[in-house]
Design a protein around this ligand. Structure first.
Ligand code: ZN
Ligand code: ZN
Ligand code: FE
Length: 753
């Protein structure tokens, strides 16, 4: 026990995840416990504590050690000053102004609130908007920081006296729970038809009735609407696909309980931690075969995106529903998630049969986060609810705010301000009016949140991305960072690396420095530049964009690289069998004349080609489908790679192509082809790793969304020098972070050190 003798006064500024997590009540309790006088306040620069008393040191120690569940301290600046003479300790109203505080993140319903809503004697029994300082909406209802009720969409609801008593009682677990409310004073549910007109009756009962009848409803969640229907009903799920024009892309499934989920999916301990944790993202896991889940949920693949109810409203639905529900974002293809009932009625009126709505406004749209676990590590596939916006603290201050606009698909933006990089959540694929509009809205939100006007904009090199065009129109200083280099930089940013690294960017196609399409890149990089030390030998995408939809076209071009036209015409291969003879001749013409046959070194496209050569699939319904189907055939025991050569930086896979062609004519070789292909990628990486034994290994790009590949890489390189993003998206959702990290390091001379 520390003995402190003198009465001291300190000013403390705490930065990190300290708003919306019950941090001020926590400070209050600790202050009371240590007989400290003074106050605590939320400011734009963090939580400020003024405290004086005899136990200063133990008080500060307690702040560090007894943190509330969701809080995180990034820094704590302490100055000792003259005693002021406070006579009590209090929580003061927040001051305006924004800056260095991490935005509070949305959290799933906590167990204490769950117990209350399940208890018929509790005054919040069956209340669909129950929350506390540990759980509930945060960022999605926040208009501007700091996070206080008056600056959220809850400001429209006046607290009743009972709620207010809890809100102002430091011993209550709802002390300063900003969205606090109850049946008397809080938001209300309504049920609407697909034209947006109210239907009389109990909204939840009406929704349940429709779901049980195999209908499709839209339900207002935390960050937007979900489309929901019975996941065990073939008619319901295929009707949803038909109405949404979504052929085969997997749909996420919500289960009523962990027990129910485990009937449908195989999950390990690490997956369970995330599935049941405080955030409850969608987790991609292995599905069990032979269940009654509709085969239309995730056709041809052995994975399933699973999620547990994370709002009280979801939980109420499952009171009377005993089957799993499809829970997919309500949007049109890959546009941003819809947040208003009117928009559901207007744009998805022909998709849904009814709308379960409420009147708590979603201020900031946010999709569900999607993660996957590889060897116990998180791979972030979509950063949204509960994880976004993500703040990375920098060592040095950025003097002039920087905006990075990211790529085009899986768009996200990043803002560099003061000592932070803030990466936005998933926006969607750009290129539609809605998506581009939401992209610009997100930029405006970030500028407002951080009270700044960026003077430097960072883009991709691709001239036709909506994001690049947006930056050009701003008439401000701007420049581009190469796409795959940005993937490597994103990972470096997450781990604060600034030394030389060996980077592997394995991706779909991105704009290369030479104007060709890159995507299978090995580089030695630091924060100032990169040297391309290896790449897949470029192959032609026959028919340009058409080749991206039809892997057989890419596979055919690889066959042309290896064989003569005459040989290809008589070749036995699933690829050639997918064409008529005249088509092969036509494509050969395109190939020799290089007409609409852009060259690419993309690893993602090589996955597609192998999916065709191995007879897995010839035309795709969604990006990445080839790799996902192959993944279901991978056998971890098969580790022998195919042959390939590396000459003058070029990785040539023609020997592999020949070996796959030979295998594909035999029976039952899919397992072998899929497994040996994954082993081949590992072997390619190992070639370069062996040449640079001292450099940290950094990876990035959409190919690493492959769970099997990631697990093997963690096993092979995982100890000490291997870096892969865990907190930020490994795919294009992380590009803006990489772009910003580059700008931070290359404008640094002008920044304060
Ligand atoms: Zn709670
Ligand atoms: Zn109330
Ligand atoms: Fe990419």
């Amino acid at each position: 026990m520390l003995v402190e003798s003198s009465y001291k006064s300190v000013g403390i500024v705490v930065k990190g995840l300290v708003q919306g997590v019950g941090f001020r009540p926590f400070v209050y309790r600790e202050a009371k416990a240590h007989a400290m006088m003074g106050f605590v306040i939320n400011t734009g620069d963090g939580v400020v504590i003024e405290a004086e008393g005899l136990e200063c040191e133990t008080f500060i120690k307690a702040l560090r050690e007894n943190l509330p569940k969701h809080a995180r301290i990034d820094s704590m600046d302490i100055v000792e000053h003259e005693v002021y003479g406070y006579t009590d300790f209090e929580i003061r109203e927040s001051t305006l102004g924004v800056g260095s505080v991490a935005i509070p993140l949305d959290a799933a319903l906590c167990s204490a609130c769950q117990a209350e809503m399940d208890d018929p004697r509790n005054r919040r029994y069956a209340y669909p908007f129950i929350n506390c300082t540990d759980c509930g909406p945060r960022y999605t209802i926040l208009q501007i920081p700091p996070y206080d009720r008056v600056r959220t969409s809850m400001k429209h609801f006046t607290m009743c006296s009972q709620c207010e008593a809890e809100y102002t009682d430091p011993t209550s677990r709802r002390y300063h729970a900003e969205p606090i409310s109850c049946l008397d004073c809080g938001p209300k549910l309504t049920f609407l038809d697909n034209k947006g007109l109210g239907i009389a009756g109990d909204p939840i009962a009406l929704a349940v009735e429709m779901l049980k009848a195999g209908k499709i409803i839209a339900l207002k969640g935390l960050g937007g609407f979900h489309l929901m229907c019975d996941a065990t009903s073939d008619t319901a799920v295929s009707e949803l696909r038909h109405r949404k024009h979504r052929k085969a892309k997997p749909l996420a499934v919500m289960f009523g309980s962990l027990e129910q989920l485990q009937e449908y999916a195989m999950i390990d301990e690490e997956e369970k931690v995330h599935i049941t944790g405080a955030i409850k993202p969608i987790v991609i896991v292995r599905s069990k075969s032979g269940t009654n889940i509709s085969t239309h949920v995730a056709p041809l693949i052995d994975r399933l995106g699973v999620v547990l109810p994370y709002t009280p409203l979801h939980r109420l639905l499952f009171e009377t529903i005993d089957f799993p529900l499809i829970a997919t974002s309500a949007n049109i293809s890959d546009e941003p998630i819809i947040v208003k009932a009117e928009e559901i009625a207007h744009r998805l009126g022909n998709v849904v049969d009814g709308i379960l709505n409420h009147n708590r406004t979603i201020v900031n749209a946010l999709d569900d986060s999607v993660i996957q676990i590889a060897q116990g590590r998180v791979v972030m596939l979509r950063m949204g609810r509960g994880f976004a916006p993500h703040t990375i603290s920098l060592r040095d201050s950025i003097t002039k705010p920087i905006l990075a606009v990211g790529a085009h698909q899986k768009s996200a933006i990043a803002l560099g301000v003061k000592k932070n990089i803030v990466l936005s959540g998933h926006i969607g694929d750009l290129g539609s009016i809605e998506a581009d509009g939401y992209f610009e809205k997100t930029i405006e939100t970030f500028k407002r949140f951080y009270d700044c006007e960026p003077t430097l904009l960072i883009t991709d090199l691709h001239p036709h991305y909506s994001s690049t065009r947006y930056a050009q129109e701003q008439k401000k200083e701007h420049y581009g960072v190469q796409h795959h280099y940005a993937h490597i930089l994103a990972c470096m940013a997450e781990y604060s690396l600034d030394e030389k690294v060996l980077g592997f960017a394995f991706d779909g196609t991105g704009y290369g420095e030479d104007g060709s399409l890159w995507g299978g890149e090995v580089m030695i990089a630091d924060t100032h530049g990169f040297e391309r030390i290896g790449f897949l030998k470029p192959f032609a995408l026959l028919g340009g964009d058409k080749a991206i939809k039809e892997p057989r076209r890419i596979a055919l071009s690889l066959l042309f690289e290896r064989y003569t036209l005459e040989e290809v015409l008589v070749l036995k291969s699933p690829t050639t069998e997918a064409f008529l003879e005249y088509e092969i001749r036509q494509l050969y013409h395109i190939w020799t004349k290089k007409l609409n046959a852009p060259l690419s070194s993309s690893m993602g496209r090589l996955f597609d080609a192998v999916a065709s050569l191995g007879g897995f699939i010839q035309t795709l319904d969604y990006e990445g489908q080839g790799g996902m189907i192959m993944e279901s055939f991978v056998d971890d025991e098969i580790t022998e790679p195919f042959d390939f050569t590396v000459t003058n930086r070029e990785i040539d896979v023609s020997l592999m192509v020949e070996q796959i062609v030979a295998l594909s004519t035999q029976n039952d070789t899919k397992r072998l082809i899929a497994s040996r292909f994954i082993a081949t990628i590992e072997a390619m990486m190992h070639c370069f790793v062996a040449l640079h034994p001292k450099l940290p290994i950094v990876i990035g790009g959409g190919v690493f969304q492959n769970q099997t590949l990631m697990s093997r890489l963690y096993r092979r390189f995982g100890e000490g020098r291997f870096y892969a993003q865990q907190q930020t998206p490994i795919n294009d959702g992380g590009i803006a972070l990489g772009q910003l990290y580059y700008a931070y390091h290359n404008t640094k001379e002008k920044n304060e050190r």
